[in-house]
Design a protein around this ligand. Structure first.
Ligand code: ASP
Length: 353
């Protein structure tokens, strides 16, 4: 077939490419495809208890994270680089329960967990219970790339991060007033409950009362077809005894292989028992379930059946994103560019509806 393009027609076809490249944000070839999905935690997040300025601030932060991630994906950076960079950005954002803004432990400190996994080669790294590393996700990546281990914890992880030249901070760097008040409310509720029902003090009332949301995570499919996942958290308000959640446990809160990348948020003990992220991958690989069905069954049926709550984000090798959750809300968003499309699709959301 002979196709003849007149000069004005050619100009019309070229305009979208010109606009995008001069805008400086999306410079990918139109044949390139990529997806980035992010979360900022799941929990009792309702319109009724959200101030309009807070809502705006959260949406701004989610948009900024997607902007940064998309710029990187469009310019050809790997999924691994992108999930680390995006989670770092969210760690530095005091709105979220990761890095600056992490929740308080029972002892009035901050103990952070993070993990990263490269679906391309199944390499993974994690840190748990660290108190002085500014960006735990970068420490997790460093464990993956510069040690022979997968997970380091506490003092040892901090020593390793120091040797690698990562930025250290005083534990007070992570402080925010709102997280301090959340601890006070949790302690008060715990005292009340212990008095009324004689509940042993090892129980964490905050888990039931849902003062835990704000964990952050990112999963991505890059232009080369590779997947990666990253999760970072301060854990749960009022946690005790060196409690570690699901986020740094490879296969529970974080997982990536050649089919899917997953990052979870919610009541960690349940995600650990369900080996949530790997269960999703297994349902796809061995059960031949689609991403959407596997995610729905795990989060909306199995998790509540066990008594837990939360959500997850995932992306499969086709760039299909999912963001299921069984709580009232989940800070979340995705950007996806299909191959051949000039523009990407984007969504950010907080509530269920
Ligand atoms: N899953 C995290 C934990 O249990 C908390 C959260 O995602 O809100 O440590």
């Amino acid at each position: 077939m002979h196709v003849c393009l007149s000069y004005p027609r050619l100009i019309l076809i070229l305009i979208p490419f010109f606009v995008l490249s001069t805008a400086g944000t999306i410079r990918a070839q139109s044949s390139a495809r990529y997806t980035l999905v992010i979360h900022g935690g799941a929990g009792t997040i309702t319109r009724a208890n959200m101030k309009p300025e807070m809502e705006k601030a959260y949406l701004r932060s989610l948009e900024a994270a997607l902007d940064q991630g998309e710029k990187m994906l469009a310019s050809g950076r790997t999924a691994l680089d992108v999930v680390e960079a995006v989670v770092r950005l969210l760690e530095d954002d005091s709105l979220f329960n990761a890095g600056k803004g992490a929740v308080y432990t029972h002892a009035g400190e901050h103990e952070l967990d993070a993990a990263i996994m490269n679906g391309k080669n199944l390499m993974a790294g994690a840190v748990a219970g660290v108190k002085t590393i500014r960006n735990p996700i970068t420490a997790a990546r460093s464990v993956m790339e510069h040690s022979e281990h997968v997970m380091l914890s506490g003092r040892g992880a901090e020593e390793f991060a120091k040797q690698r030249g990562l930025e250290g901070v005083d534990n007070s760097y992570f402080h925010t007033e709102s997280r301090r008040r959340a601890l006070e409310r949790a302690l008060e509720a715990e005292r009340k409950e212990a008095k009324e029902k004689q509940v042993p003090s090892a129980k964490n009332t905050a888990m039931k009362n849902d003062w835990k949301y704000g964990t952050v995570g990112a999963v991505a499919l890059d232009q080369y077809g590779d997947l990666a996942a990253a999760t970072s958290t301060g854990g749960m308000t009022n946690k005790k005894f060196g409690r570690i959640g699901d986020a740094p446990l490879i296969g529970s809160g974080t997982y990536a292989d050649s089919l899917v990348a997953v990052s979870c948020t919610g009541w960690g003990e349940f995600f650990i028992r369900m080996v949530m992220a790997k269960s999703l991958a297994d349902r796809m690989r061995f059960g031949k379930q689609t991403l959407t069905i596997a995610g729905h069954e795990l989060i909306n049926i199995e998790l509540p059946r066990m008594g837990g709550d939360g959500g997850l984000i995932a992306v499969d090798r086709n760039g299909e994103p999912i963001m299921p959750f069984c709580t009232e809300g989940m800070y979340r968003g995705f950007v996806r560019k299909l191959s051949g499309a000039a523009l990407s699709q984007r969504q950010v959301a907080i509530y269920k509806d």
